[in-house]
Write a protein that binds this ligand. Structure first.
Ligand code: CP
Ligand code: NVA
Length: 307
């Protein structure tokens, strides 16, 4: 069994096999509807428990559909409905109990440390469905989406504008593993996680961190951003938004990237803050495909975890 917690934990072979398997499964489905299972149903008789300590639209629904397409069933729990969220049972005990009921666990929580603690005590694989530190499932889906639009990601250039948050952190790890160039434009105060940036630098990742959004997008094959205020963000929100204002992805920014560059956003978006509606609804945007591909990337992650 394998745990899927951070992209940096996986070998390049495993990461590539997850993407390629996702492409194959997606293609093999042909014109099946989202609720029809794959012909081989490899997850038949198996159950995934999903535990959400934070809000979710895409992760919740796409994992549920992923499990159904693989022939299995899912149980979706919100943190405040179980003892873990109320703090009256240890993570160790919750992990031991969930291991009796299910074959795989997916957790979305504010605390990355909690995921590590769950992993320590589980007898089943765990998937990180977003923490304060990272969002690896999103990035695997984004790589699938990128490659469907622009071919192999290796050697390509992705620009990230705005907050150096959990999604940006996973992108940096992916750039290091898949060997694409990453250029991040953000204010000094809102840079990505230092340890992850150091991991990238130590592993020869072509990473640039700048405070100039135009420098970041020049020659980019893809421009990416995310909400300026993430779930659970503490601190002065207005101050943060003011500092991030010049990193908005708008038509001027898109004109400064490659003419055929695509625009990506993991969603949910705050339209007219980090991205204008003109860009988000424009021809270069692939945001809806990103959301759809969550199903396909996650099916492949589940299969890899159960190996
Ligand atoms: N992108 C993403 O993870 O969306 P949700 O918060 O809706 O799950
Ligand atoms: N950075 C955002 C991503 C949401 C999918 C957050 O953590 O809220």
């Amino acid at each position: 069994m394998n745990h899927f917690i951070n992209i940096s934990d996986l070998s390049m072979n495993d990461l590539r096999s997850i993407i390629d398997n996702a492409k194959k499964r997606k293609k093999d489905r042909g014109k099946k509807s989202n609720s029809q299972p794959d012909s081989d149903q490899p997850f038949q008789g198996k159950t995934m428990i999903m535990l959400f300590a934070k809000t979710s639209t895409r992760t919740r629904i796409s994992f549920d559909l992923a499990v159904k397409q693989l022939g299995g069933s899912s149980i979706i729990l919100n943190e405040d409905e179980i003892h873990y969220g109320k703090g009256d049972e240890t993570i160790k005990d919750t992990a031991k109990v969930l291991s009796q009921y299910a074959d795989i666990l997916m957790i979305r929580t504010d605390s990355h440390k909690d995921i590590i603690e769950f992993k320590k005590h589980l007898d089943i694989p765990i998937i990180n469905g977003l923490t304060n530190l990272s969002h690896p499932c999103q990035i695997m889906s984004d790589i699938l989406t990128f490659e469907e639009s622009k071919g192999k990601i290796e050697g390509k250039t992705i620009a990230w504008l705005g907050d150096g948050n959990n999604v940006a952190n996973s992108f940096i790890e992916a750039a290091t593993k898949f060997k694409f160039n990453i250029k991040i434009a953000c204010p000094n105060k809102y840079q990505p996680d230092k340890k992850i940036v150091n991991f990238a630098k130590q592993n020869n990742c072509a990473i640039l961190i700048t405070d100039d959004p135009y420098k970041a997008v020049s020659n980019a094959d893809c421009v990416m951003t995310d909400k300026w205020i993430s779930m659970g963000d503490k601190g002065d929100k207005n101050k943060k938004k003011k500092a991030l204002k010049k990193y908005q992805v708008n038509s001027n920014i898109m004109k400064s990237a490659k003419p055929d560059a695509i625009f990506m956003h993991c969603l949910p978006a705050s339209r007219e803050e980090e991205v204008t509606s003109e860009v988000m609804d424009g021809k270069q945007s692939v945001v809806w495909l990103q959301a759809f591909n969550r199903i396909h990337a996650q099916k492949s992650i589940i299969e890899w975890c159960l190996k």
